[in-house]
Design a protein around this ligand. Sequence first.
Ligand SMILES: [Zn+2]
Length: 331
Amino acid sequence: MQPLLLLLATPGLGADVQADLHLDTPTQLYRRKALLDGEGMEAALPQLREGGTNLAVEVLWPPRDADWEAHASKLFDIIEAEDRRLDAVSLARSPAEARSAIETGGVALVVSMEGAHGIDRSGVEGLRRLHARGLRMLGLTWSFSNRFAGSSGDGGGGLSADGWALLTEANRLGVMVDVSHASDRATMEACGWSHAPVVASHSNTDGRREHGRNLSDAAIRCIARGGGVIGVNVHGDFVGGSRDVAAVADHFDHLRSVGGAGVVALGSDYDGLIKPVTGLEHAGKLAALWGELRRRGWTDAELAGARGENFMRAWTAVERVSQALQGKPIH
Ligand SMILES: [Zn+2]
């Protein structure tokens, strides 16, 4: 890791950030007609509070058989309604807005979209509209290839010309590009050619469990070199091994050994119809994970990074690249 990145990984003053890079709770709110402070979910407000998560990346996921753009918009409506209704949460469009929500004891909601099929018709224009609404992360694909990029779910290839245009515009706007679900080739292309750090919001490591959804060591190194982060997923099939807290911690250890501690984050995938490992059944139980990493010798700084500061560093870098590309003065 370069000295500059080490410096930026140093935790700032103020409240500790604990980020979860991938939560499908908006889909549950939609399907159950539930509320974010309601019961029965894995990462609604009660579980986030119990487990200490204060930065929640909330995902717009357009299902295969839906009108993708309309559905993504409907999920965004739900997040906006909860932002207005609940004092405890606030939609965060920048690292500064997220920190200010967290420092006043709230939960910052960062909006992402899982799969660029959600802007299949509107393309770059659609990305601009969603960005204006507050979208700050975009997954290139979900489980099927789209006109922008190949998916790991169907043996897809790299980025298309439309995908390049989308990546370029995401860099310019300051939307984090998410390579979880992308094919190996699309992952390496996006990571290698993006001007800003890329993230893998909810992906584990082939080094601990070979799986089409997990990342090769080459992909981990590429994301780390660019200053990006990888959110470890708690879905048993992706974790493998003993499918418990220790097995999840093994992926954290592997990421640290291959990409350095600065690449490590959490992207649980809660509320995404997963089978969480034993001991991490919902977001309220995350203390068990941090405790396990501490027992394994992770330092305070490494833990602070994995819990949220690495993500804040990556997001801040994405914002700075955007400002530079738009010719704005960088503060
Ligand atoms: Zn996913």
